[in-house]
Design a protein around this ligand. Structure first.
Ligand code: FAD
Length: 447
């Protein structure tokens, strides 16, 4: 018979909930102010144009939320995680697309009704007015970006091509901003309204440029990262050790990742996210990558001494979110990298499940075994093909999971592996009623 042990619960408010609450409160507060300015500015020239104006000011607000979600602000990123923030960015992106379409259609039809003119003629007339033309250019870029972001198109484009097209959105923001300041009556209706709107855009701009440009540039100038060693772990897995100055001041935690760019190696334009595969020790960082495409395969040939531009640390797959003292770490394939780093930081009782097809494919296994021994933890290497044999080999089915870890509900569970495996584990954790705030997943994909 198995007995269930109980471990104390850490007693702080979940950081993710706090950050989400703060974000929502800021968005709602601004929404209320914007609507108050909209009402006080009075209606448009007809009812269609009033609705167009209403949608228009909300388009601008959604644009700001879009920028904040991808500003990579450390406080938000550590609490919510870049994966969730980019998923929200994707959904607000499609909201923006529909809102822009509705706004543009209502403006054209509204003016056509007002002038009693055909819609195409009104469209051409509006295109001759600079303020409207800027809006049209912004809208066209937003519509085009949404088109290349739907799953069908996204899967057919390389990450770099899609990303380069996506960057055009910054031009859309610039054109949209000029359009707003030339066209809107809501924010020119009073000095207060203009000041508020300008300050809001300045705050968003500072957050975005600070998080995306200033902080990474400053960190790289300060730390001067360089490749210290390249160590093959197997035929298709390689570890890259990176050193630099004052690494003890880099606020990186086990479980986090950086977006790495290896300069002067003929691939400076490629930047790829890789997790830290060892806890940062203040002297060096290590990433371990499986070769799946050109950038990850080329890491094996990066010369020692190569300058590295690293953006980060990012991610919420850390013990900041740990609720219980006990942990279950679940790794699948190369998803072992952040799990290996987290194991170094673990202080309470730990069980590690490592899912691989064969032990020979298990990257970093010897290190994992050493750490498990040193910490008195348990390690189960789960091999074999899923569904094979009788009974079928489904180690992450609820029954088999609970047989391996009987006190699973008393643990924080950290899962990182291929998408199908991660989803299977998350489904089983729900079936086993492991509280949601004890479940943490890193999917190795950003929307
Ligand atoms: C948070 C996070 C942590 C990761 N940690 C590791 C790790 O520790 N070890 C490991 O082996 N792999 C890790 N990955 C996966 C790794 O980033 C991809 O395998 C790698 O970027 C593939 O690039 P490629 O050019 O070799 O292959 P490609 O064939 O060009 O890319 C394969 C897929 O990888 C994704 N990808 C490529 N470039 C980027 C990018 N710049 N940003 C986001 N996604 C991109 C895209 O979905 C792309 O379709 C991680 C991914 C994420 C999102």
């Amino acid at each position: 018979m198995t007995t269930t042990r109980h471990y104390p619960t850490k007693s702080f408010a979940p950081p993710g909930t706090l950050a989400l609450g703060t974000l929502l409160a800021v968005v709602l507060a601004n929404l209320l102010v914007v609507e108050a300015f909209f009402v006080s500015a009075g209606p448009g020239k007809n009812s269609l144009l009033t609705v167009a104006k209403f949608v228009g000011v909300h388009v601008a607000l959604v644009m700001m939320v879009q920028l904040v979600l991808v500003a990579r602000l450390p406080w938000l990123d550590r609490r919510i995680g870049m994966d969730r923030l980019t998923v929200w960015h994707r959904w607000t992106g499609f909201t923006l697309f529909w809102a822009v379409l509705v706004h543009a259609t209502l403006v054209v039809v509204g003016y056509a009704t007002l002038d009693d003119a055909p819609v195409p003629k009104t469209f051409l007339a509006l295109a001759g007015v600079p303020a409207s033309l800027f809006g049209m250019i912004a809208a066209s870029i937003i519509v085009g970006t949404a088109a290349v972001s739907v799953r069908y198109a996204r899967r057919r484009l390389s990450y770099e091509t899609w990303h380069a097209l996506h960057l055009l959105l910054y031009a859309a923001v610039a054109f949209g901003l000029v359009h707003q300041f030339l066209e809107t009556t809501t924010f020119t209706s009073s000095g207060w309204a203009t000041a508020y709107w300008s300050l809001l855009w300045i705050a968003v701009g500072v957050a975005f440029v600070g998080g995306r440009v200033v902080l990474p540039l400053w960190r790289n100038a300060y730390h001067r990262f360089r490749v210290a060693a390249v160590v093959p772990e197997s035929d298709d897995v390689v570890s890259v050790h990176v050193t630099g100055r004052h690494l003890d001041r880099l606020p990186a935690r086990p479980g986090q990742f950086f977006i790495w760019r290896f300069l002067g190696h003929g691939r400076w334009w490629q930047a790829n996210p890789f997790s830290l595969s060892a806890a940062p020790d203040g002297r060096s960082l290590r990433l371990t990558a499986k070769a799946v495409g050109s950038a990850s395969a080329a890491l094996r040939h990066v010369p020692v001494g190569t300058r590295v531009f690293a953006e980060g640390p990012y991610g919420a797959f850390t013990t900041l979110h740990q609720v219980k003292d006990a942990m279950l770490l679940v790794a699948g394939g190369v998803g072992v990298t952040p799990v290996r780093a987290l194991l170094e930081e673990a202080t309470g009782p730990v069980v590690v499940l490592y899912r691989v097809r064969t032990e020979a494919e298990a990257a970093l296994l010897t290190e994992l075994e050493g750490l498990v021994r040193a910490r008195g933890a348990q390690l189960h290497v789960l091999t074999g093909r899923t569904g094979a044999g009788s009974p079928p080999n489904n180690p992450f089915d609820p029954d088999q999971l609970v047989a391996l870890v009987p006190d699973i509900r008393e643990r924080d569970v950290y899962v990182c592996g291929p998408p199908a495996m991660t989803s299977a584990v998350l489904r089983s954790l729900r079936a086993l009623r492991v509280p949601r705030r004890q479940v943490h997943a890193e999917r190795f994909s950003l929307a």
